[in-house]
Design a protein around this ligand. Sequence first.
Ligand code: NAD
Length: 252
Amino acid sequence: MGMLDNKVGIVTGAGQGIGRAIAMSYAREGAQVVVADFNEEMGSETVRLIEAAGGVATFSFGDVSKEESVKAMVDVAVSTYGRLDIACNSAALSRGSGPIHEYERSVFDQTLEMCLTNTWLCMKYEIAAMLKTGGGAIVNISSNSSLKGQAFNTAYAAAKGGVNILTKSSAAEYGGQGIRINAVSPGVIRTPGVEKYFEEQPKIAEGLKKSAVMNRLGEPEEIAEAVSFLSSDRASFITGQILSVDGGGAVR
Ligand SMILES: NC(=O)c1ccc[n+]([C@@H]2O[C@H](COP(=O)([O-])OP(=O)(O)OC[C@H]3O[C@@H](n4cnc5c(N)ncnc54)[C@H](O)[C@@H]3O)[C@@H](O)[C@H]2O)c1
C-alpha cells in the first residue's frame, strides 16, 4: 500500500531536480502522475523513469506561466485519469541576481511571472478541477530565501514570499471545501538548477553551501518525501503551513 494509492496527481517542473524527484515519489506511492515541463526531452525522460520503476505517468508539455498550457495540463489529468486529487507546483525559474539599483525592471517582472504568477495560475485550474470531485491537496514549492530574505536575490525571495502568503490565503479560502494547501520550503538542494547557479555566482555559492546546520546540501528526494506526505491523507488535518526542509538552515 502506497500513501497515494488511487490518487491522480500533477507535478510541474518535473523534468529534472526537485520536481522530477517529487513525480517519482508520487508514482512510487501509488499515484498516477502528470509530469509537466517545458523541456520536452527531460519531461519525457521522467515519464520513462517512472514507467521503468513500474509506475504510471503521462507527459504534459508547456510553459506553466501561460494560461493555455496550465489549462491543457489539468485537462490532461482529467481526460487521461478521470480527475485530479493532488498537485505539486514546483516549476520556477529565477531570471537573474544583483543589487536592486542595477536590476532591470523587466527581469524583476519575469522572475515574478516564473515563480509566483505561474503558481497562482496552476492553483486556479487545479482547484477548479478538485472542487468538481469534492477536494484534494496542493503543495507549492517555496524557498528558504522567502523566510529571512536573500541579498542580491531580491526578486526571487519576494516571489517566494508571495508563494507563502498565497499558500496560507488559499488554504483559508478552500479549507471548508476539502482542499488542503501547504508549501514546502527547501534549503539548498543538489539539483541541476542549483549547480548552474553555483557556477554563475561562485561568491554566493560559498555561503549557500554552508547554510544548513547539518553541514551538507539536501537531496531532491528529501524534499519529495515531505511533499508526498503533505499530499497524502496522512496529513489530513494539516493546511496553510510552510514546512522548511533545509537541514536546519532556517534556524542557523
Ligand atoms: N534547488 C534548490 O536548492 C532550491 C532551493 C529552494 C527552492 N527551490 C525551488 O524548488 C523548485 C525546483 O528547483 P530545482 O532546483 O529542482 O530547479 P531546476 O532548475 O533544476 O528544475 C526546474 C524544472 O522546472 C522546469 N520549469 C521551469 N519553469 C517552467 C515553466 N514555466 N513551465 C514548465 N516547466 C518549467 C524546468 O524545465 C526544469 O525541468 C523551484 O520552485 C525552486 O525555486 C530549489
